[in-house]
Each structure stands twice: as structure tokens, then as C-alpha cells.
Design a protein around this ligand. Structure first.
Ligand SMILES: C[S@@+](CC[C@H](N)C(=O)[O-])C[C@H]1O[C@@H](n2cnc3c(N)ncnc32)[C@H](O)[C@@H]1O
Length: 281
């Protein structure tokens, strides 16, 4: 199968060049600054501001529930282990902050939950505008959380600007240790990548679920996307073939062991979004 032939080889798959990264930054900066840009094409221009806010808040709340489910499964031993090992949630794609984990969207305010679960939050986005917003909103929420915390609290959240695939291939470029990432979280970000970028990212996240890197089966990959087969009558903005099969094939290639998935579903402007939480079986 063609998919399986795309075996990850770090010697042939390189980080994106500076020019391409700057192009991506420019494209996404423009998108982030336009409120209508997250609205599906077929309804763009026909919906008002309050509906856009409502739909995005609801989607943010749905995304936050997937993170909270992981937090709720934490035992006191997990919480202490995470703090001692410096474990992190790596959230990719801050965008306009709808699923930011901050008090900006009360439905998606998951930063207190992950902090209580012993995880430090790292945000990564290729857009400078998204990072600017993230720094402001996350630090405001953190200031509120931190006042109630004791000494045993994960370090403050970090916001990093960069391209996902490049950071995963060379995490030391942003001072990140992938072995410390316990949860990868991407809401509406995977389908924003190129098909090749998405495959590389999935395979590297998959390696983090391998027997070698995840002996205790603690790690999770949370992905929230509109999947292609679910919305055949809709105009998909990106043509990348994001299906359950493509996602799981690439994660499995990296993990080299059986994975299990939990699904959840949400409707956003008439499109079905699928949340997949993936872990080692
Ligand atoms: C559609 S937005 C989703 C934002 C947010 N998670 C949400 O659901 O509202 C996609 C985000 O991913 C970021 N992004 C796109 N390509 C990226 C890449 N190659 N590396 C890192 N971030 C990227 C964009 O800048 C944008 O903030």
C-alpha cells in the first residue's frame, strides 16, 4: 500500500526551509486576523458574528472535553510522576484562541485541569499573530491559576513559534524534549498542514507511543478534525486526505505496535468533526 511505503526516514525528510516557514507565517497571520476565516466556505458571508462566536465556543468546549477526559483518568501517582518527570501537553495551533484552554472561552478553559493533572502546557503555532494572542491570554489565565497553587505545580506555560513538522524533526531548536510530551493535542490543525507534513507529524507522534518511548502506555494523541468521508457534500477547504485510515496508518507506522482509539463527535456549522484520542493498546 502506498501509505505504508512512506516510511519515516529522518535522513530524507528535512525541516522546512526558512523561506517556506516565513511564507506559512504570512499566510496564517492573515487567516488569524480574519474572523470569518474559520467559517466553512459554504456558509461564509451568511452568518453573523454571534453565530460565529457561538459555534467556535461550542467547538472549543468539545475539544476541551477530550483533554479533560485524559485529566480525569489521572491518579495521584500520575500527577506526582508527571511533575517529577517534567511531563507536558504539546498543543499545536492556537489560532484565534477558541480552544485555548484559557478563561477567554469559559467552555474551553482547560489550563487549570491540565495543571492540576501535573502537566506543563506548551503551545506551538507557525503564526506570529496566534503566538502574540497566546502569550497574552495564556499568561493572564496562568496569573490567576498560579495564585492558588503550592510549590508542587508544573512550570508556567510556554508559547513557541514554529512549523510543527520542523519542530518534531528537530525539537531541540525550540528547547523541547519530545520524550517529556505526554499529550499531543491538535484541534483543526492537522488538516491545515500539507499532506506530507501531516504524515511526517503523525509518524513522529506515533514513535512517541512506541514500546520504547511509552513503556507504561501513558501517552495520548488527541486529534480533532473534519474527516473527509464524513462530509462528502461539503466543500473542504483543504484537499488533504484526512481519514481515520490515513491517520491510524501513519501513527501505527511510528508506534510499531497496536494502538487503540476513542471517538467522539461534534457538529460545527453542519459539518461533522471527529475527535480521536489515540493511545497504545
Ligand atoms: C484552523 S486553525 C485552528 C486553531 C484552533 N486550534 C481552533 O480549533 O480554533 C489552525 C492553526 O494551526 C496553525 N498552523 C498551521 N500550519 C501550521 C504548522 N505547519 N505548524 C504549526 N502551526 C500551524 C495556524 O497558524 C492556526 O493557528
Amino acid at each position: 500500500m502506498a501509505l505504508l511505503q512512506l516510511q519515516l526516514s529522518q535522513s530524507t525528510i528535512c525541516v522546512l526551509g526558512l523561506n517556506r516557514q516565513q511564507q506559512l507565517t504570512k499566510i496564517w497571520d492573515k487567516i488569524i486576523l480574519d474572523q470569518q476565516s474559520f467559517v466553512p466556505r459554504e456558509v461564509r458571508g451568511t452568518v453573523g458574528e454571534s453565530e460565529i462566536v457561538f459555534e467556535n465556543n461550542q467547538l472549543g468546549g468539545f475539544a476541551a472535553r477530550q483533554i479533560r477526559k485524559v485529566c480525569e483518568q489521572s491518579s495521584p501517582v500520575d500527577i506526582i510522576r508527571r511533575q517529577l518527570e517534567g511531563r507536558k501537553i504539546l498543543a499545536i495551533g492556537y489560532g484565534q484562541g477558541w480552544d485555548s484552554g484559557t478563561k477567554q472561552n469559559q467552555y474551553a478553559n482547560w489550563l487549570p485541569d491540565v495543571t492540576d493533572a501535573g502537566l506543563q502546557t506548551h503551545w506551538l503555532d507557525v503564526s506570529g499573530e496566534a503566538c502574540k494572542l497566546a502569550k497574552k491570554q495564556v499568561s493572564e489565565s496562568w496569573a490567576q491559576i498560579y495564585t492558588t497553587k503550592t510549590a508542587l505545580c508544573p512550570p508556567p506555560p510556554v508559547v513557541m513559534q514554529g512549523d510543527l513538522r520542523s519542530v518534531l524533526l528537530d525539537p531541540s531548536s525550540v528547547d523541547l524534549d519530545l520524550d517529556q510530551v505526554e499529550v499531543f493535542y491538535l484541534c483543526r490543525t492537522l488538516f491545515a498542514l500539507s499532506e506530507r507534513g501531516a504524515r511526517v507529524a503523525l509518524q513522529i507522534m506515533g514513535t512517541c507511543l512506541s514500546d520504547d518511548k511509552d513503556t507504561e502506555k501513558n501517552k495520548r494523541v488527541i486529534l480533532i478534525n473534519p474527516l473527509k468521508g464524513d462530509n462528502p457534500h461539503r466543500l473542504m477547504q483543504k484537499s488533504i486526505n484526512l481519514s481515520k485510515k490515513m491517520i491510524l496508518c501513519n501513527l501505527c507506522l511510528g508506534a510499531d505496535r497496536k494502538l487503540k482509539v476513542t471517538y467522539d463527535y461534534h457538529w460545527y456549522f453542519g459539518r461533522r468533526y471527529t475527535a480521536m484520542t489515540i493511545q497504545a493498546e
